[in-house]
Design a protein. Structure first.
Lengths: 733, 527
């Protein structure tokens, strides 16, 4: 192992330049510098740097709001150590894990010492579960694996799995400050694996409760694991319905042992069943049965994944010898198990024992790599084709390298246009494509296509949702794309400034992470009354870690919302203080003032109330509320364009699904509200809210002596409060 | 069906109101504590809380409206495109052409009034920067995500000279203006070409550099407004509570958010100690998530006297700008005209203004002022005085000479400002009535024979001189007061008896005032 500082004489080599004319003294660089190399010059009140302390990470460059600081010189970081890939002497029938973790403390600590413990760690934003990476790395440095597990436990329940199957290059490691500065990131995945490999992942610590919340979870994949774990720990009664005969979902049936050993993949369910989760295997739940589940459970988490293989509709796709990745991987995994029959599988696939039989794998993502590498272990030649440019490949870089090392022929910028054969597939026509930009779809060229002789085709382009759930949950899948401006803290962290380094294929880690946030927060919102959705079922095919994190978010949202099935006792209801969010659009202050009066009335009535301008309300605020009150001023000119204020309309146009939450609305008007109230109700209905009352509030309602009812703001507020509280109580009941 | 969701992905707080739903990101952020500014660093420059006019609901509503600045710019935008068009296509009689009449009889004078009273009021409505910004943002008022153009930042080796770049541009433009007799006013087309040139170069800079780099560094007027404008009574957008700004984790006022762009002028309300670099564009006010920014007014001259950070680029700019206005006074003297002609004959330059005399006098005046500061240093500086350690950039280096030169130049800002203002008055008083005539001429009535065309607000030279000398007297008194205050706070600790230093600094201001007043009288004699 080498651990030399790449720039030993570097102290004099790095130079930080503060553009004093533009430095505004905001200290964004000072508070984020991992090395403490920056401070403030008292006279000019601008930043000054101590070059000798600078490590060259460029965190200051990325975080300065006015681009008033530049760093020259190399990065002061030791070389990263990656254990060599395990290469079996005989690949055939060998499913031993190929990627190795750190074997010794020395290796782990040397790598941990590369971590800067950034004050505003971008790696943690890059991690879909938001693991507190600097802290668990620090725990490794301190030889304290128990603390490391405790830190990981706050955000993940499957560190052993994630550390093996995550594409760290596009996530935490891509967002490591060294990576963003153009260097080689800390081996975060390997350090996480070191923790999980050298100290057992703690089992759920179950809290016993009387009259527990009952939650049914459809699916036992990563999202189901995440949800079940947090629910059972909080004392809920958890029942998991799994359609297969084995729990675990895709990591079990879709990931070969050489990537994820079976004993690691099955660990969470062994612990969950021991902890008391009621796991019901071979129990498929069709979409129409969700209502039935809601009669016996207080809440349901839909986490059935997205397991329907995508098939490419090309001529010849119906020939014999064309299979999908699911059936291939399931069959291959069973065949490779002790006592399995690889020869029987080859015969079943129609490739018998012929030497040099070639399988064409459509796609070059991680599933395609698994298929191709499994095919190599079955003694087949494998060719993967993908129409993307290799620069924008979906597979993790190390997986791609390993596949090629094992003899897989991976061809990018090719797409299948036709399969040919007499009854059975024999040839494939592969057209050339071009993709100049990551954001653009490849273009198929009209050049002469390649013709490849093949014996088997495996379609491994990915999966899609089971369409039968569409009717029950029509809002799914959500589009996992961040729209609009990133939150200021994301901007401030600097993660959005640079793509990751060449080491990580220049992944746009910041925007990828922001997109994932959309899925995380969508999982906190019910998609229907008492129905939460998480994982691939929510977003379409994604990653194991995202599914797990979404499952946990859903579980925690359920615990906060305290839903109740219809036959629940009133005692169960009384345990929960209704949480009400008042979101207002106010121009002159009347609506804001009325919102405050309303908040007081709701508070007196026993609710926990928060009041926010509508522009500050996002999924998080909605998730933390059992009911909403939306108040807006009415814009327009007496008769023309009289409607709810634009701020409210804009918000409702992009608001996440409200999951049938009760919503009270009120409009404040000057002359005549006309149809504003109805329009607001329609908009609320359009985003999945249930309007429980719509009120208007005019000039005559403002004083004691007014004749019209309500006669004063308090009375008005009390009326809304009574209706909202009554409705929330009914929902909770 | 795919559903578009737009969710705010993170909140300012860390832990949500629920007991279980915890945001892990906020928990993991462990930024260092910001350093506290030295006591007194901002106490003199912070406006009183009661002077925040943005607390008024109507003002707040107007300032929050994204169309506000657009509506400020729009009328000027229309006027100056009319100037370009009418200057090229309209009558060649300068007094009758809308372009020359509005530009030189009214606008140039109004700009000085605005800068002395408000500060960067013109910048808030400037059509040149406004046009560039509209193109750069590809929006009139909407908040768009990405700007077009290269988005470069001004390199440090250039940016460190701050306002001096603008002074260079102003000197060049003024020389061109004198050479082609644009502001005389001469041929109206020349005015059009000049405005078009400013618009084009502004647009070019807006497309090459980020934000308002042009306005901050290059605009020919930015140094003048940034120095003379510090006399103004509008402090600009400042923090309401510095603690809130310092602990703010997002700095949306600098980076921008959905409601506003990050400050185009590279100014942070949390540390602003002067109105010099606040363009009054309202973006920070709109973007602040904590409603912690106000629009403050202040006592006149506060931004001249109060800031403890003195910048060399500002001081040299004042010296050079004084040189320029003094040159413009001198060139009205017969003696100078003879000298310039003699110089042109010997340097084979076609006509006035000879660049050697032009630059020679301007730089000479600046060096002379520096010499006065050097005399102050020799006379007063303590032998054991050690300048504070500071940065390596031009604008912030420290020395004993600078310890005198910088405060002294800040002190004479009012008299320099008054000189510029007085210099514009003759055209205003003598020819302002021509503006309505020129407007009428566009519609077919109004001519050089009309009585209004030949009318004046003040017709006699003596009357105008009286006003000019009055303005200079007011500026001189203000300058003596600022010099007295600045000398007492900044110069006395460097050495010498406090009263003597104060009297000396105030005397310098008085001497300058007397000099320029006398010159106005002599200019009349020259006329």
């Amino acid at each position: 192992m080498t651990a030399t500082i790449s720039t030993t004489e570097t102290q004099a080599e790095r130079h930080v330049t503060v553009l004093v004319d533009r430095c505004a003294g905001c200290q964004e660089c000072v508070i984020r510098c991992p090395a403490g190399a920056l401070s403030m010059e008292p006279v000019t009140w601008t930043a000054i740097a101590n070059d000798a302390m600078c490590v060259g990470c460029r965190q200051c460059e990325r975080t300065c709001p006015f681009s008033a600081i530049t760093v020259d010189g190399p990065l002061a970081v030791t070389e990263r150590y990656d254990p060599p890939i395990y290469q079996p002497v005989e690949l055939r029938n060998n499913v031993e894990e190929t990627r190795r973790g750190y074997d010794t403390w020395e290796e782990a600590i040397a790598e941990a010492n590369r971590c800067l413990s950034c004050p505003d760690p971008t790696c943690m934003r890059g991690c879909p579960a938001h693991n507190d990476i600097p802290q668990f790395v620090a725990a490794v440095r301190d030889h304290d694996l128990e603390r490391a597990h405790a830190i990981l436990r706050r955000t993940t329940v499957i560190p052993d799995i994630c550390s093996r199957v995550c594409n760290q290059a596009a996530q935490c490691e891509g967002a490591c400050t060294w990576s963003l500065a153009g260097g080689v990131p800390v081996a975060i995945g390997r350090l996480e694996r070191f923790i999980a490999d050298h100290a057992a992942v703690p089992a759920p610590a179950v809290t016993a409760t009387e009259d527990p919340l009952s939650v049914g979870i459809i699916g036992s994949g990563p999202a189901g694991i995440g949800a079940a774990w947090d629910l059972i720990e909080a004392g809920a009664s958890v029942t998991v319905y799994e359609k297969d005969d084995t729990a675990g979902g895709l990591p079990i049936w879709g990931m070969p042992d050489f990537t994820l050993p079976d004993d690691v993949a099955t660990r969470p369910w062994r612990q969950l069943v021991d902890a008391g989760v009621d796991l019901r295997l071979n129990t498929p739940i069709p979409a129409e049965s969700i209502d039935q589940l809601l009669t016996v459970h207080d809440a349901v988490v839909v986490a059935h994944g997205a397991g329907v293989p995508i098939r490419l509709p090309v001529p010849g796709a119906d020939l014999e010898g064309v299979v999908d990745a699911t059936s291939f991987l399931k069959g291959a995994k069973a065949a490779m198990m002790p006592g399995g029959d690889p020869a029987g599988l080859r015969a079943e696939l129609g490739v018998g024992d012929q030497r040099g039989a070639r399988v064409l794998v459509l796609g070059a993502g991680n599933t395609a790599m698994d298929v191709a590498r499994m095919a190599r272990r079955l003694g087949l030649e494998a060719t993967c084709v993908d129409w993307l440019d290799e620069r924008f490949a979906l597979a993790r870089p190390d997986e791609l390298a390993e596949a090629r090392h094992e003899g897989v022929d991976v061809r990018f910028l090719r797409t299948l246009t036709a399969l040919e054969g007499d009854g059975r597939v024999a040839r494939a026509q592969l057209a050339h494509t071009v993709q100049p930009d990551r954001a653009k779809q490849p273009t198929v060229l009209k050049t002469v296509p390649d013709v490849l002789d093949i014996d088997l085709v495996v379609m491994a382009m990915g999966y899609r949702l089971d369409a039968s759930f569409h009717e029950a949950l029509p809002t799914l899948p959500i589009k996992k794309r961040h729209v609009g401006f990133a939150h200021g803290r994301w901007n401030a962290s600097g993660i959005l400034k640079n793509p990751a380094s060449a080491y990580n294929h220049h992944n746009p880690v910041g925007s990828l992470a922001l997109d994932r946030e959309v899925g995380l927060w969508a999982a906190t919102l019910p998609q229907r009354e008492r129905v939460w959705v998480a994982g691939d079922a929510l977003t379409g095919p994604a990653t194991v870690v995202e599914a797990m994190a979404q499952g946990r978010r859903a579980a925690r949202s359920i615990l906060d919302a305290h839903p109740a099935r219809p036959d629940r006792s009133s005692d169960f209801r009384a345990d929960h203080q209704p949480r009400i969010l008042i979101a207002y659009a106010s121009a002159g202050g009347t609506t804001a003032a009325l919102s405050q009066v309303l908040a007081d009335a709701l508070g007196v009535a026993g609710a926990r109330v928060s009041v926010l301008p509508v522009g500050q309300v996002g999924a998080k605020e909605i998730a933390a509320a059992d009911a909403l009150v939306l108040g807006t001023w009415v814009e327009g000119l007496v008769v023309a364009k009289v409607r709810p204020a634009k701020a409210m309309r804009d918000w409702l146009a992009t608001a996440p699904n409200l999951g049938a939450k009760p919503v009270a609305t009120f409009c404040t008007f000057g002359v005549n509200p006309r149809g504003a109230s109805d329009e607001l109700a329609t908009l609320v209905h359009g985003v999945g809210g249930t309007v429980v009352t719509s009120e208007v509030f005019g000039p005559r309602d403002r004083g004691e002596g007014a004749r019209l009812h309500p006669t004063k703001p308090e009375a008005f507020a009390n009326r809304i409060a009574a209706r909202v509280i009554a409705r929330v109580a009914a929902v909770v009941a | 069906m795919a559903v578009q969701t737009d969710v705010t992905t993170e909140e300012h707080g860390g832990v949500s109101s629920g007991a279980h739903l915890i945001d892990p990101i906020a928990v993991a952020i462990r930024t260092r504590h910001p350093e506290e500014p030295p006591s007194g660093r901002f106490s003199e420059t912070d406006p009183s809380r009661g002077l925040d006019i943005a607390r008024h609901p109507l003002v707040a509503k107007i300032l929050h409206d994204r169309k506000f600045q657009f509506l400020m710019i729009l009328p000027n935008q229309i006027i100056f495109w009319l100037v370009i068009g009418i200057g090229l296509l309209g009558t060649v009689v300068p007094g009758l052409n809308f372009a020359t009449a509005i530009t030189w009889y009214l606008w140039f004078c109004l700009v000085f009034v605005m800068m002395v009273v408000v500060g960067r009021a013109w910048c808030a409505m400037c059509p040149f920067g406004g046009f560039g910004e509209w193109v750069q943002r590809h929006a009139f008022w909407a908040r768009k995500g990405k700007s077009i153009g290269l988005g470069l930042k001004m390199p440090e080796r250039v940016a460190q000279y701050g306002f001096l770049l603008s002074v260079g541009a102003f000197l060049l433009l003024t020389w061109i203006e004198e050479f082609f007799n644009i502001a005389g006013p001469g041929n109206p087309a020349s005015t059009s070409y000049m405005v078009l040139g400013i618009v084009s170069s502004a647009l070019l800079f807006f497309l090459v550099f980020e934000r308002r780099t042009f306005c901050r560094y290059i605009c020919p007027l930015t140094a003048l407004i940034g120095t003379v404008g510090t006399m103004g009574s509008v402090a600009g957008f400042r923090t309401r509570d510095r603690e809130v700004c310092q602990s703010c984790q997002t700095k949306d006022c600098m980076r921008g958010d959905a409601d506003g762009y990050g400050c185009p002028w590279y100014t942070w309300p949390g540390s602003s100690d002067s109105n010099s670099a606040c363009g009054l564009c309202t973006e920070c006010y709109k973007a602040c998530p904590s409603d912690n920014i106000g629009l403050f007014v202040q006592k006149p001259l506060t931004s001249v006297v109060a800031p403890s950070r003195r910048r060399a680029d500002v001081a040299w700019s004042i010296a050079l700008l004084f040189g320029l206005v003094l040159y413009q006074q001198l060139n009205a003297l017969t003696l100078f005209a003879n000298f310039d002609t003699w110089l042109n004959n010997h340097t084979f330059f076609p006509h006035y203004p000879d660049p050697i005399s032009y630059l020679g006098i301007i730089v000479g005046v600046a060096v002379l002022l520096a010499g006065v500061a050097w005399v102050f240093k020799v006379a007063f500086a303590r032998a054991d005085y050690t300048p504070a350690v500071s940065g390596r950039a031009f604008s912030d280096r420290t020395s004993t000479f600078r310890a005198y030169f910088l405060p002294l130049m800040y002190g004479i800002i009012p008299v320099v400002g008054a000189d510029y203002f007085a210099r514009q008055l003759p055209k205003f008083f003598q020819h302002l009535p021509r503006v309505p005539v020129a407007i009428g001429h566009l519609f077919g009535f109004g001519s050089t024979s009309s009585s209004l065309y030949n009318a004046s607000l003040i017709s006699s030279n003596a009357g105008i001189i009286a006003v000019q000398v009055g303005v200079i007297a007011a500026g001189t008194l203000a300058s003596m007061w600022t010099s007295w205050r600045i000398a007492g706070r900044d110069l006395a600790p460097v050495g010498g008896n406090k009263r003597v230093v104060q009297i000396s600094a105030a005397t310098l201001a008085l001497a300058i005032g007397v000099l320029v007043a006398v010159l106005y009288v002599l200019m009349n004699a020259a006329d």
